[in-house]
Design a protein around this ligand. Structure first.
Ligand code: ATP
Length: 240
């Protein structure tokens, strides 16, 4: 476990070590502040000292890399179940966000790569809003959620709880893939049965009712043309 006061992005820090063979065992890297935190497709993830918990976990897998497609959803299950066990009710927004009171409480960014010895690794970034100041919410430009109850907890204790459940989920995922997590994910799904849009670079590519995920972690959408299964890629989900 590495704790630093400030860095650009904990995901970028860990990913940079991968091609050099400098990762040999799981590493958790926590930063008080990330100056260049990122979400999917290079979108910014904003955080502030004391306002957020941001960390990344580098983890080796048996592989192959393609098996990791459902990993962000399994990570969502681990985080959501941990937070819920601390009396903070949350839901999962496909593919990679934790929602509380209808707004984003936490984001997950999974990036993958292969070490020189051929072992596939995932770098799993998590940003959880503990007490977002108003000016930061204004900078984000959309409503966000915070969890003041978690902000009052001892940070080491919170990280230990998150890490132990995450480690258990990752070990299981490596053996089984996403399928055994499907029902746990669906039980926590935000906007289930509600009309949603799937956006690709801002354009609506599918419209339908959100109907849970399948064994591979694809979102099932009931559209006027029947049921479609949407792969995550760079698509985003919004309420219609
Ligand atoms: P979307 O939320 O638009 O459907 P997404 O889930 O793929 O897309 P990510 O790439 O995971 O979004 O996260 C980046 C986006 O999250 C940013 O574009 C910004 O709107 C929002 N964001 C940035 N920082 C925070 C934060 N601390 N809390 C909540 N939302 C944030």
């Amino acid at each position: 476990i590495e704790a630093v006061s400030e860095t650009g992005s904990t995901n970028a820090d860990l990913l940079a070590r991968l091609p050099a063979g400098a990762l040999s065992r799981p590493v958790l890297r926590i930063a008080d502040v990330q100056n260049a935190g990122r979400g999917r497709a290079g979108r910014p993830w904003l955080s502030a000292p004391g306002a957020s918990l941001t960390f990344s976990l580098a983890w080796p897998f048996k592989g192959p890399l393609q098996r990791l497609a459902g990993l962000p959803l399994a990570v969502g299950v681990a985080l959501a179940e941990t937070v819920a066990s601390l009396d903070v009710p949350v839901q999962l927004k496909w593919p990679n966000d934790l929602m509380k009171d209808g707004a984003k409480l936490a984001g997950i960014l999974v990036e993958t790569g292969t070490a020189p010895d051929g072992v596939p690794w995932a770098v799993i970034g998590c940003g959880i809003n503990l007490a977002m100041p108003d000016d930061m919410e204004a900078a984000i430009g959309r409503a966000v959620s915070s969890a003041p109850w978690l902000a009052r907890m001892d940070r080491n204790e919170l990280v230990a709880l998150l890490l132990s459940r995450l480690a258990a989920v990752l070990a299981e995922f490596d053996d089984t893939g996403f399928a055994p997590f499907r029902d746990r994910w669906n039980a926590l799904q935000a906007w289930r049965g509600q009309p949603v849009n799937i956006l690709d670079q801002g354009n609506v590519v599918h419209q339908g009712l959100a109907a849970g995920v399948d064994d591979a972690g694809r979102l099932l959408l009931d559209t006027s043309a029947g049921r479609v299964a949407v792969l995550s890629g760079d698509v985003s989900l919004r309420l219609a």
